[in-house]
Design a protein around this ligand. Structure first.
Ligand SMILES: Cc1cc2nc3c(=O)[nH]c(=O)nc-3n(C[C@H](O)[C@H](O)[C@H](O)COP(=O)(O)OP(=O)(O)OC[C@H]3O[C@@H](n4cnc5c(N)ncnc54)[C@H](O)[C@@H]3O)c2cc1C
Length: 662
């Protein structure tokens, strides 16, 4: 470890020792408790590396079949069934299944999405919404891939607003069957993965009608193919060419009075008796609906994690390329400069590495929470479980949004950082860009998800939470004093606490060291609290002025999204700081501290206009932050390649033979 004393850009003098990275040790840290699972998936990816080239050379039907076959092959290794109960051939470990899925994000993303549809969406719906007879009937065969299924929720007319779906399932007491019908064109199922070519079964979300009354959206198992042939009453159309994910057969489905037995209702949360009586342990229809949907939260956690891992692939290529590629004489007459030695290149790539690390640790937290809540590893207090589930859903929504937006931004930046070479398909960015793009939309559109986050914050997941649509939430907030809204949020209390420990009293933000994690957290907490308070005030004022709640919400919506984003970024920083705090003193800790500082300061820098507008950043300090970031980038330069190598992306998944040639 080289010893060096560096005067920080902010003017503080600190002893600084340039760390050296033990790459396997850092990889181990990143892999966490599921090292073995991730290793299994890595070796499976490497073994079937040819799929990356197949995506470019095969016709669409051929490639779809190739991806389906690969899914079945991988299922046989156990990697895709880890979240299912052992009695059906699964692994009985939800955390392991998330780790396996995330790791698939290093490889071909059609395969990832196909796996997500089959085991996460379709299998997850059978597991979470169904009961033992459904588990007995389907789980064994779907875990092996012998039975293929799809998850038919979205319709042409309604995507984000699932409660407004148009498909109808009417109970016919005379035959004890449900009759599934697509009443109009906007109610056809749309974008459904696995539907166009491979699925035998569909979990169909439809408005349940019993005895002339509507009971809201419920899920039904509906056969759509038998022996490869589409069954009578079902019509399926291919969605056609997409921007990416060519190996996933997305389709549209229409149902013309298709009959399924009464027992095909996935009846974990509600049932219809043979005589046609509707029964549910959850009286409130909204609560029932959100409870049902809430059980499907794993899909969101998985997509967020896969997005973060796709970003790692892009960074591994771009940073390694920049450590080889020379352009222009800059610091020497004899040789041209390595791209990675240019300050701008460092500024473009290193903050993205830092944010990737931050999101990785935030993802680890949410995946761990999901595992604990669903595996019931911690016995909750009475009533606590529901609150924890709402918090989990909110955190999953926020991490998914930030993780997938990060993937899109990172892949684009890395493509550009590789110049023209980045444009060639063999160098991966083609597929990475095309295939990850839609991660920001499916499993919940990111803007819609952030509204869910804000709703949780503003209402503190109140008992009435599920009952509230946007308008209900506006009214709820308007009826509270703004102070009450703030007091209900933990941010407020945290700020009070931190204020006490930071020197400088009210001038805490002018005095504290830029690299002090308390200062960094305080800044993000201040922004979160302030934005949330602003939203609450504006909602309240609008209602007090007699405006329509919908109009009020719409006017405040950018502020709502900003508050949710601020909240999630604060959670991400906390996750990073907490992780670093667990490490023993040494090079790894020093290196991750650099990353954590870089993430925190670039996050503040990116929103410096806001901090300045709100009196929390002087121009002098704002400039000092930018200088500090540049200083951090110079410190990170010697370890940048190690930092991305520690992501553990299999060499075969990087391709890029010329970019990465030794
Ligand atoms: C490749 C692919 C695979 C898919 N696979 C499946 C599948 O297997 N099964 C399935 O059921 N579905 C699937 N989907 C559908 C996907 O889940 C939906 O596309 C997604 O939920 C968004 O719905 P939407 O397309 O109707 O967009 P919309 O809900 O119409 O949203 C369009 C835009 O409007 C904005 N918006 C919406 N509501 C609001 C609001 N209240 N305030 C402000 N802005 C708003 C959104 O932010 C978004 O930018 C898939 C989609 C794709 C593209």
């Amino acid at each position: 470890m080289a010893t060096d004393t560096i005067t920080s850009a902010a003017g503080e003098t600190s002893g600084y020792r340039q760390p050296e990275i033990d790459v396997p040790a850092l990889l181990d840290l990143l892999d966490g408790r599921y090292t073995e699972v991730r290793s299994l998936v890595r070796s499976n990816l490497a073994e079937y590396e040819s799929v990356l080239e197949d995506a470019e050379t095969m016709s669409t039907p051929e490639f779809r079949d190739r991806v389906r076959d690969l899914l079945v092959t991988m299922a046989a290794t156990g990697q895709t069934g880890m979240g299912f109960p052992e009695e059906y051939g699964g692994g009985g470990d939800i955390g392991a299944s998330i780790a396996a899925f995330e790791t698939l994000g290093f490889g071909d993303l059609s395969l990832l999405v196909k796996v997500g549809v089959q085991f996460g969406l379709f299998g997850g719906a059978i597991l979470q919404l169904g009961t033992k007879p459904h588990h007995d009937a389907y789980l064994g065969d779907l875990i092996t891939g012998e039975v293929m299924g799809c998850f038919a929720m979205t319709e042409t007319g309604h995507g984000s607003n699932v409660q407004a779906l148009g498909t109808v399932a009417t109970y016919d007491v005379s035959t004890q069957e449900f009759v599934i019908t697509t009443p109009d064109e906007s109610s056809r199922k749309d974008y459904i993965g696995n539907a166009a070519a491979h699925a035998d079964l569909a979990v169909v979300f439809a408005q349940l009608e019993v005895d002339g009354g509507s009971q809201g959206v419920h899920a039904f198992v509906v056969p759509i193919r038998e022996g490869g042939r589409v069954v009578d009453g079902v019509r399926i159309e291919d969605c056609g060419r997409k921007m990416g994910l060519a190996g996933v057969d997305n389709g549209r489905i229409w149902f013309d009075r298709v009959r399924v037995p009464r027992t095909n209702l996935l009846n974990q949360f509600a049932d219809v008796t043979p005589e046609g009586r509707y029964e549910s342990p959850i009286d409130n229809p909204n609560r029932r609906f959100f409870t049902m949907l809430g059980t499907l939260v794993q899909g969101r956690v998985c997509v967020g994690g896969a997005g973060i891992n796709a970003a790692k692939v892009a960074l591994a290529i771009a940073v390694n390329y920049a450590a080889r590629r020379r352009q222009f004489n800059a610091s020497s007459e004899d040789h041209e400069e390595l791209l990675l030695d240019y300050g701008m290149h460092q500024r473009r790539l290193f903050p993205l590495i830092a944010r990737t690390y931050a999101l990785h640790f935030a993802q680890e937290v949410v995946a761990g929470q999901l595992h604990n809540v669903f595996a019931h590893t911690e016995a909750p207090e009475e009533g606590e479980n529901e609150h924890r589930r709402r918090e989990l859903e909110s955190r999953a929504a926020g991490t998914k949004a930030l993780g997938t937006w990060h993937a899109t931004a990172t892949i684009q930046e890395c493509r550009e950082a590789c110049g023209g070479a980045g444009y060639l398909s063999v160098n991966r960015f083609d597929a990475l860009k095309a295939d990850t793009d839609v991660f920001t939309t499916f499993e919940g559109d990111n803007h819609v998800l952030l509204q869910l986050v804000a709703k949780g914050l503003l209402t503190d997941y109140a008992g009435e939470f599920e009952d509230m649509d946007q308008f209900g939430m506006v009214r709820f907030v308007a009826n509270l004093a703004v102070e009450t809204v703030l007091e209900k949020t933990s941010v407020h209390k945290l700020i009070e606490r931190i204020r006490d420990v930071l020197p400088g009293g009210d001038a805490w933000d002018q005095e504290a060291g830029l690299l002090d994690p308390n200062y960094q957290l305080m800044m993000l907490r201040f922004r979160e609290e302030h934005m949330l308070g602003g939203v609450a005030r504006r909602l309240k004022r609008g209602i007090d002025q007699g405006m329509n709640p919908g109009e009020v919400f719409s006017r405040v919506q950018d502020h709502v999204i900003g508050a949710a984003n601020a909240h999630v970024e604060r959670l991400v920083l906390e996750a990073f700081i907490d992780k670093v705090a667990t490490l023993e003193a040494g090079d790894l800790k020093v290196a991750l501290n650099l990353m954590c500082d870089l993430f925190a300061l670039t996050t503040i820098e990116a929103d410096r206009a806001w901090f300045m507008e709100h009196g929390r950043l002087s121009t002098t300090r704002s400039k000092a932050i930018s200088r500090e970031i540049n200083g951090l980038c110079r410190k990170i330069r010697p370890i940048a390649v190690d930092l991305v190598d520690a992501f553990g992306v299999p060499r075969e998944m990087l391709r890029s033979p010329e970019l990465l040639a030794e």
